[in-house]
Design a protein around this ligand. Sequence first.
Ligand code: HEM
Length: 264
Amino acid sequence: MKTIAARALSLSVAAWFAALVAGLWAFGIYIVGLYGVGAATGNWSRWNAVLPDGHGYNPGDTAGNLALGVHLLLAVFVTFAGAMQLVPALRARAPGFHRWNGRVFVAVAFTIAASGLYIAFTRGAVAGPYMAAGNTLNAILLIICAVLALRFALGRRFDLHRRWALRTFVLMLGVFFYRLGMMLWFAANGGPVGHTDAFDGPFDIVLAFAHVLAPLAILELYLLARDRGGAVSQFAMAGGMVVMTLATAVGGLFAAIGMWLPRL
Ligand code: HEM
């Protein structure tokens, strides 16, 4: 039977997951509304509304446009269907769906990371060298974790599979956490403190790596508290997850209102 501390921890994680899914759907609606509508109506200028010149739709650069198109299409899958992998009820009641969605998820991890790197290295870094380094780290770790999650699933080591799948999931959402982190920081400071146009301010440098490494560190703490922690550490982790839930909900709301909705 679950202790009260373990129950508090799983409730806090469920609350965070709900805030996460709401934010992901808002991000997905933005991607479909801006880029999807642009492609469907042939209004390619919509691809250049956020991405600077040479980074969005680039006449003549068929390979680059195609890579960006594939990247964005997969981003729609990640935002709407990615989180379904972690819903315990779906995993238990529809294992066939879980297996297929999981295979697609791993394929998407490879392709979205590869297309992102291709765009970054052929078109140049849009957000400076630190963010390019952080993104590259994100892509490499994402591919490694996806390979391990797949390997352990095929080897029927489901305990290890789950751990690596969670790491893959968190890394897949690095770019989403980046947007939330930026909006939260700007809102908390009343402006872009520590940020420069070249993305080389102190805040930019920290966030370039923190958006990849901080969620991973929080995940490891959660796994430790869940599997080996006593009541005190489980309650402490539950408290931490309540803070993460608020940060995710508020960051998602600020991003939706300040960044995504105005561009539709
Ligand atoms: C770790 C793998 C990833 C890398 C390396 C990466 C990299 C990139 C790059 C380089 C661009 C174009 C900007 C430019 O031209 O410099 C871009 C755009 C974009 N990416 Fe990714 N990306 C990754 C994963 C994702 C994921 C998982 C999502 C969705 C959940 C996503 C959503 C987007 C969106 C929506 C844009 C268009 C810019 C915007 O409107 O905000 N990316 N990405």
